[in-house]
Design a protein around this ligand. Structure first.
Ligand code: F6R
Length: 612
């Protein structure tokens, strides 16, 4: 998704902007650009389609652009094809205003029509150019930049994070936000804006988060923030404690592999501080015991892999709480007129905390009177801020587009929430509670043991990487695991794959199984192991190549039937997805590696999906 950086200081801005944009590359983009202003050389805009290195070459690493104030952008096309002209920054007709923008201006056509009738000539297909031209229109009439900014913002419908540079104010730039993330960074004698904190970590850890409607005037020595009515706002400064190296590759070939390897630590960090004296403790939750006891229905709402965490959650929370749990895709939930009301708990799961559909679902749930609890990785993100309750996964920055460690931390946090609620409701025996808790605490060490031996998975990937179609089958929690395993494979290796509940095979899908089809059979949920086995026999007898995954205790039984068996350690059955996902992530990774794919930045995908 698009990324924004802005800088005002006493050093040359463009090299700093390019470095910030590099940190945002992981978000996915198709073009990039910078605009810098100086009293001597005025507004200089350089932009190009393609990777950042094209822009770096165009600007001699930023050195050819003069000025200490500037804005930069990586674009992921929404309006208009990815090309040089549609790239940001967009310059107004008079050459006075340059704008970078994340989000979508919904009424841009209407505004474009108005401006065209006033003589404005547009050169791009983007919604963003409308912002630059409208601001120019007002600025030429009033000569007052802030007045032009506010008049423009009042006419915009949709979502925006904006960086605005003006030819006549070369010592500062302006930032504005509505429904799209933007944060302010406070350095030594310099100031920043960024759509994502990873762009700032090399320069400062002191940040504040812009709220909807706010406008900031950013100069080297201060950032002054105003609300939508133009009143001055004092921002709370926060210190980001993420490690800079955690946002870099740390010697691994790919972020995805690094993040797979980081899972035991990320899970440990997420679990450990929340277990005290043999109990799950959520200091951060304000939910009363009465509310938890009176819960009649829980909704879990999310997108993509976070939704797959929700599918595991449905099985596990229902088991632990004996309360109906509905899991819904946020993009469906928001238009489904859901039966949510006061007394419902809606759990929104999101790594980025910025996914637009999840955000819309959250707002809908709140408007219907539900209590919203979010499970989020990015502190201070929009979903975190708008939820009634937030539980943070402490996975650290996740850079690879395909999620791994965020998925794993979401999963354990949801299991812990289940235990916490179950204890409050009295729906779990103290023996089961103690057993589950000790198994949860043992997970990081068991994950480490899975990660110790990647050779067999690498070998199997080299054997199967050229299959065109892969089926993941499993029952119950193995079905949920299959959904995520299949998504991992398809998104990074571009191999078509499907996840099926094994019992559904006979209802249609089995017709696709023919000699040589690869079926990944998941049999880690031991209560249904025998059923898994009979489904394996079923597909084998139609000629499928089977790669099976099970627990160490059941491996022998499987090896009699299947040649290639991967194993994970035994744990409580409801926690098996936390272990089973690791070999599946690695399998997807090695298949993608064999196929020469751009693993960290798969085609057509973005890390944070802030458009519908
Ligand atoms: C897949 C993946 C996506 C995200 C989805 C939701 O590897 O990462 O499917 O899970 O876009 O994103 P968040 O969790 O940020 O709301």
């Amino acid at each position: 998704m698009c990324g924004i950086v802005g800088f005002a200081g006493s050093e040359q801005a463009a090299p700093i902007l390019l470095e910030g944009l590099e940190r945002l590359e992981y978000r996915g983009y198709d073009s990039a650009g910078v605009a810098v202003v100086s009293p001597e050389r005025g507004l200089q805009v350089r932009k190009s389609k393609g990777r950042l290195k094209v822009l770096e070459a165009l600007t001699d690493g930023g050195r050819s652009l003069d000025g200490c104030v500037g804005i930069g952008h990586t674009r992921w096309a929404t309006h208009g094809e990815p090309n040089d002209v549609n790239s940001h920054p967009h310059l107004s007709q008079s050459g006075r205003i340059a704008v970078v923008h994340n989000g979508i201006i919904e009424n841009y056509l209407e505004l474009k029509e108005f401006l065209t009738s006033q003589g404005t000539v547009f050169c791009s297909d983007t919604d963003t150019e409308v912002v630059a031209q409208l601001m120019d229109y007002y600025y030429l009439r009033s000569g007052d930049l802030m007045d032009a900014v506010y008049k423009t913002l009042h006419r915009l419908e949709g979502a925006y994070a904006l960086g605005i540079l003006c030819l006549e104010t070369p010592d500062r730039f302006i930032a504005a936000r509505k429904d799209a993330p933007l944060l302010l960074g406070y350095g030594e004698g310099c100031s920043f804006i960024a759509s994502d904190v990873t762009a700032l970590l090399r320069h400062t850890r002191e940040v504040s988060y812009m709220e909807d409607g706010e406008v900031a005037v950013v100069s080297a020595d201060e950032i002054v923030v105003y609300d939508a009515m133009g009143r001055r706002v004092e921002k709370e400064h926060r210190i980001v404690d993420w490690d800079v190296s955690a946002a870099e590759k740390g010697g691994y070939e790919h972020f995805m592999f690094k993040e797979i390897m980081e899972q035991p630590e990320a899970v440990r960090k997420t679990i450990s501080p929340r277990i005290r004296d043999g109990r799950v403790v959520f200091d951060e939750l304000k939910l009363g015991a009465d509310f938890i006891r009176s819960l009649e229905r829980i909704f879990i709402v999310a997108c993509g892999s976070s939704y797959h965490v929700g599918v595991v959650g449905k099985y596990n929370l229902e088991r632990l709480l004996r309360v109906p749990v509905e899991v819904a895709l946020a993009s469906e939930f928001r238009y489904a007129d859901p039966l949510v009301g006061p007394g419902s708990l809606v759990i929104v799961i999101s790594q980025s905390g910025e996914t637009l559909d999840s955000m819309a679902a959250l707002r809908l749930a709140k408007s219907l009177g539900a209590t919203v609890l979010s499970i989020v990785n990015v502190v201070g993100s929009s979903i975190a801020r708008e939820s009634d309750e937030v539980l943070y996964t402490w996975a650290g920055p996740e850079i690879a587009v395909a999620t791994t460690k965020a998925y794993s931390t979401q999963l354990v946090l949801l299991d812990m929430l289940g235990l916490f609620f179950a204890e409050t409701r009295g729906s779990v025996s103290s023996a089961d509670y103690a057993l589950l808790l000790s198994e949860l605490q043992a997970l990081p060490a068991r994950m480490e043991s899975v990660l110790e031996d990647t050779e067999k998975i690498k070998y199997l990937a080299s054997r199967y990487f050229n299959h065109d179609s892969v089926f993941y089958i499993g029952r119950n929690l193995d079905y949920a695991l299959g959904l995520e395993s299949s998504l991992k494979l398809k998104e990074i290796s571009y191999v078509h794959s499907e996840a099926y509940a094994s019992g559904e095979l006979k209802h249609g899908t089995i017709s696709l199984i023919e000699p040589g089809t690869l079926v990944v059979a998941l049999g880690t949920y031991t209560p249904l192991f025998d059923k898994a086995l009979s489904n394996i026999v079923e597909v084998q007898s139609r000629g499928a190549d089977v790669l099976a995954l099970t627990t160490e205790s059941r491996a022998q039984d499987l090896r009699r039937t299947v040649e290639h068996v991967l194993t994970v350690p035994d744990t409580h059955p409801i926690l098996e997805p936390s272990l089973g996902i690791i070999p599946m992530q690695l399998f997807a990774y090695y298949v993608a590696l064999q196929r020469g794919c751009d693993i960290d930045k798969p085609r057509n995908l973005a890390k944070s999906v802030t458009v519908e």
